[in-house]
Design a protein around this ligand. Sequence first.
Ligand code: F6R
Length: 248
Amino acid sequence: VPVKVFSDRDEGSAFVAREIASLIKEKNKLNKTTVLGLATGSSPLLLYKELIRIHKEEGLSFKNVISFNLDEYYPMDHEDVNSYHRFMQENFFSHVDILPENVHIPDGILSREQIEGYCRDYDNKIKSLGGLDIQILGIGRSGHIGFNEPGSQAGDETRLVHLDEVTIEDAARDFGGKENVPRSAITMGVKSIMQAERVYLMAWGQGKAEVVKAAVEGPVTAELPASFLQNHPDALFVVDPAAGAQLS
Ligand code: F6R
């Protein structure tokens, strides 16, 4: 899978923002919708900041954008400080003109019985729109994409999953201790991610160097789900020098 090393995360994020903005502009001209797969966490923060700037300063409209977020903790209230619903509102959606009915984020308040049907609907909606035009990803130290943890298969669909121990440790700071981190999440499956037309995986900082090397240069294995991207026809790792430091 190709890698582009940018001088810093601002440059890398600006690159991905330009790619997204030009696709939206192109589709807007044709009166077509753009279907985006979106991530939360620290990795896409500057991307959202830049897209907001392009919206405000250059008039890029998100009215024809339909979005699907990768994941949400389960259980999780929408208003919780750690909810990905809240994250997306605060860091992106409330600053642009995307229509609320076009936003999709896995729901953390479903009952157990509702989850399976909800997940089928989530995938069917993506399919009915012709799949994702662009999928944005971060990468976890466990090798996860979305919350597809080690053991996830290439054909896995949207579903309820258990979080990996490493992921729980990394989330502990946000939740004020490991014991407060939800053990489960609802995540888009590897399948929809792999069917996206284009994929950008962003990784910054030395903490990601080891997992980036393994995902890019190691074997394709369910033990490191990000390695599945080696089989994607149009995926790109966008990294800073620290995250790319172990690449040969
Ligand atoms: C978030 C997600 C996760 C994160 C990954 C990296 O929606 O799907 O896979 O992208 O855990 O998190 P950060 O960016 O906080 O290092």
